[in-house]
Every structure is written in structure tokens, then in C-alpha cells.
Design a protein around this ligand. Sequence first.
Ligand code: RTP
Ligand code: MG
Length: 141
Amino acid sequence: MKKGTFTLTMIKPVAVKEHHVGDILSHIEHAGFRIIALKMTQMPKEKAEVFYEEHKDKPFFNELVTFMKSGPVVAAILEKENAVADFRKLIGSTDPVEAEEGTIRKMFAKSKTHNAIHGSDSDENAMREAWFFFSEMEQFS
Ligand code: RTP
Ligand code: MG
């Protein structure tokens, strides 16, 4: 995969539990993103800590890890020009209270921690996170 052409998303446990996987994937595809890898998986504590290691010193870290290991997530690699920035726009602000109308977090988030979906914040992190979840045999660029 070429850097800058994709992002990594994860539908978080709250949205999987509440049966929003189909609606969210549909929304993503209709916005012009191509799903080039997809799986459901549950992260053990150690994996969730590695995925979010950049936040390890933040006050919300333990709550975040506890939430992220609480149930299965649906991870996907999404291909599109300008994928990282366009996808962050599609999901909306971290806190659903601040998220714009029509964004995925506005529609499906329960709170700032339980905010329904993840999107990579840079091309470097998209690359790291894509390889965190998917092997070469699972990527269909
Ligand atoms: P994400 O990485 O999941 O796409 O979210 P983000 O970039 O919008 O936000 P980030 O600052 O990277 O935070 C990662 C996740 O940690 C939880 N969080 N809780 N209670 C709080 O103050 C708080 N702040 C962040 C959220 O689940 C957030 O998505
Ligand atoms: Mg982030």
C-alpha cells in the first residue's frame, strides 16, 4: 500500500454491541472510501495498550484501554485520495457533543470515550495501524 492513499478505522465495541456495523460501513462506502481489508477481532489488554501507546500518559488511558478490550471491534483499511483527513472529517470530533451533524460520531457515539469509531490521525499512524491489524495476505490494495 502506498503511503497517503489509505487510513485505518476501527468500529469500537459500543457500536458493534449496538448493531451499528452495517450502517457505519455503508456510510463509509457511500462517502467514497473503498474497503481493502476487513475483520472482527477482540484486543486483549496488551494489544489495546500498544495500539493507543501514544496516549499512555494521558489521564483517560486506563478508561480507554478498558473500553477497547471490552468487546470485539471491526477493523478496516480504507482507500481513498486524501484518506486520513477526509475520514477524520467524516467521523467528526472526538467528543460527540462537538461533532457536526451528519458525522458518524454525531450519529453513533455515546460519549467522548465511547465514541463509536477510530480514524488514523496521520499517514505514518495509518501505516503502523494497518500493519497492526492486517498481514500482507489480508490487504487488497
Ligand atoms: P481516535 O484515535 O480513537 O480516532 O480518536 P481521536 O483521534 O479523535 O482522539 P484521541 O485524542 O486520539 O483519543 C483517543 C481516544 O481516547 C478516548 N478519549 N477519551 N475521556 C476523555 O477525555 C477522552 N479523550 C479521548 C476516545 O475514545 C478517543 O477516541
Ligand atoms: Mg487519535
